[in-house]
Design a protein around this ligand. Structure first.
Ligand code: HC0
Length: 570
């Protein structure tokens, strides 16, 4: 270690420590705007974090200037305060002052900083042209006018997700963040993961808001409106209502949805359990009959689009199972409609998802096997949160209510789908018991839990070591797919790939903010909900059993093939 001085306080730090972190250690919070530690983004683009270093002529950016032995740093002088104010005003010069009608009103880092710095006027004239809003995508809308060129979205798209749909460049002398080749977003490789939305400090990128369509359906007496809630939403919506991150709000979410007037409230965890039955059976069939191995999960729509763009020749490795969201949609308009004696054309299916890519998935042409679009509208966690606020519900004090039959029971195995490693763990719990006929003593597969990028396990099942891999965040998927392409994963049987870092609990539709710590807390909330449930294995779900008895007959049966499976072709 070595010593330096920050605002008169002496501090010892490790070599490589940035001034920003050193200052935090003595209780000085240097303001930042573009910097984002979680994704390693420290380009010093915004210059909000400038500080004085004695002996240096120019102000330094604290986020990416290493502390040095004997350094004397000042973070709060008249020159620094004026520099930060001017910088803020220059950013605000080109930023539309539309705060009350902006999706990020109240959740905007720029707004917060303007308040912190006491900005009351902007002294400079606007310099940028007005750009068109890009609303080409079914999932994600970009308003370049609000962009402050922090480039976090570029870093997350290129480095964390290995997609590179957007880039930072100069066009006609103007620096812009834009889709590659300046194409509309929908025509790029964008996989709709929405990680750009989570890191955007302002409202320049956001989900397509479809709450109005849901309110309209709820008000339409002709429609029988049902809703499903994804595993990850169970531990995230509370964030928007001041509850500790990771709190299990399942019962309150059900109560809120019922207050809205939904005719039935279903749980995607139920079809997560069903997915395990179908996908597990598919795996065993592939193992026994020389099918394409390793089998790879197919429930994460950002991942599907990624493999379609970048590794189309590997598509036969994907499980033919549709995602749990799509299975529930298809069953709502067939099994459920029939049971209730309702015309499927009148059933309107809404999904509450932690995910922007689910909007794209629901709109795919493959997703019409009920004879109608299986899922009509997908709302993100954020959109649901806004609806609850609009309806004036005191969310934190709602009673806990139960889901409706016949698709309302989900096991702990279904719940853990929302966290990276969870689909695989759920599959292992069931595969072991179904193949061996013995009860699994230890059902917690710790090796494949948590935020490590690539995880693996081997589980002895009746003489066969079932070898599995798990990854989350598409840059990790890229590593695995390059190995698979090179023939290096021949020994493996099953791979779980989730598009977003942390799995769905870190999805692009989750509450702002969603950083590493929030992901960890939601993962903890996920496993504690699993532990608290009586039912922890998919094959023991009584409603899944009933569904097979009453309607589907058996996993991989005729009706399953029709409704629950599909093939993605490049
Ligand atoms: Fe997920 Fe899903 S677990 S993708 O992460 O498989 O979005 O939460 O709903 O469909 O169940 C998201 C979450 C789902 C699906 C489930 C899967």
């Amino acid at each position: 270690t070595f010593a330096l001085t920050i605002d008169g306080q002496r501090i010892e730090v490790e070599p490589g420590t940035m001034i920003l972190d050193a200052a935090a250690q003595v209780g000085v919070k240097i303001p930042t705007l573009c910097y984002l530690k979680d994704i390693g983004h420290d380009v010093g683009a915004c210059r909000i974090c400038t500080v004085e270093v004695e002996g240096e002529k120019e102000l330094k950016t604290a986020c990416n200037t290493p502390a040095a032995a004997g350094m004397v740093v000042r973070t709060n002088t008249p020159a620094i305060r004026e520099a930060r104010k001017v910088t803020m005003e220059l950013i605000l010069t080109n930023h539309p002052m539309e705060c009350p009608i902006c999706v990020r009103n109240g959740l905007c880092e720029l707004q917060d900083l303007a308040a912190t710095f006491g900005i009351r006027e902007v002294r400079f004239p606007r310099t940028q042209p007005v750009y068109p809003v890009d609303d080409s995508s079914v999932a994600i809308i970009r308003d370049p006018n609000k962009c402050i060129l922090c480039r976090r979205c570029v870093t997350v798209c290129q480095q964390v997700q290995s997609v590179s749909a957007i880039e930072f460049k100069k066009v006609d002398g103007e620096a812009v963040v834009a889709p590659v080749l300046r194409a509309p977003l929908a025509e790029t490789n964008c996989v709709n993961c929405g990680q750009c939305i989570l890191v955007c400090p302002v409202g320049a990128i956001y989900e397509r808001d479809e709450t109005a369509r849901v309110w309209a359906a709820l008000a339409d007496p002709q429609k029988h409106v049902v809703v499903q809630t994804a595993p990850a939403t169970h531990v995230s919506i509370g964030d928007m209502f001041g509850m500790p991150t990771g709190t299990d709000i399942t019962g309150k979410m059900v109560a809120a949805l019922r207050r809205f007037g939904f005719d039935a409230v279903f749980d995607t965890n139920f079809t997560a359990d069903l997915t395990i039955m179908e996908e597990g059976s598919e795996l065993l069939e592939r193992i026994n009959n020389g099918g394409v191995l390793p089998q790879i999960t197919s429930c994460s729509p950002g991942w599907i689009k990624y493999v379609e763009h970048f590794y189309p020749e590997l598509l036969p490795h994907l499980s033919t199972c549709k995602s749990p969201q799509q299975m529930l949609g298809a069953l709502a308009k067939t099994y459920y409609a029939k049971k209730k004696g309702i015309d499927p054309a009148d059933v309107f299916v809404v999904s509450i998802m932690p995910c922007t890519a689910k909007k794209f998935e629901a709109a795919r042409p493959e997703m019409n096997d009920s004879g109608h679009q299986d899922v009509d509208v997908v709302l993100t966690s954020r959109e649901l949160g806004r609806m609850i606020k609009e309806a004036g519900l005191d969310f934190a004090n709602l009673p806990d209510e139960d889901y409706d039959e016949p698709m309302g029971i989900g096991s702990g195995a279904g719940q853990i789908f929302g966290a990276t490693g969870g689909v695989m763990e759920a599959a292992l719990r069931t595969a072991y018991e179904l193949v061996t006929g013995r009860t699994l003593d230890r059902i917690d597969f710790e090796d494949i839990r948590g935020l490590k990028g690539i995880k693996e396990a081997a589980v002895p099942v009746d003489g066969l070591d079932v070898k599995v891999l798990v990854s989350h965040g598409l840059s990790n998927a890229e590593i695995l797919m390059n190995k698979l392409r090179a023939g290096e994963l021949k020994d493996y049987h099953f791979i779980e790939i989730m598009c977003c870092p942390g799995g769905c609990i870190g999805g692009g539709g989750q509450p702002i903010k969603t950083g590493t710590l929030d992901r960890e807390r939601r993962i903890a909330g996920t496993y504690s909900r699993d532990k608290a449930l009586q039912l922890r294995k998919s094959h023991e779900n009584p409603q899944v059993k009933k569904l097979y008895e009453e309607y589907l007959e058996k996993p991989l049966g005729h009706r399953s093939h029709e409704l629950l499976h599909t093939t993605y072709v490049a």
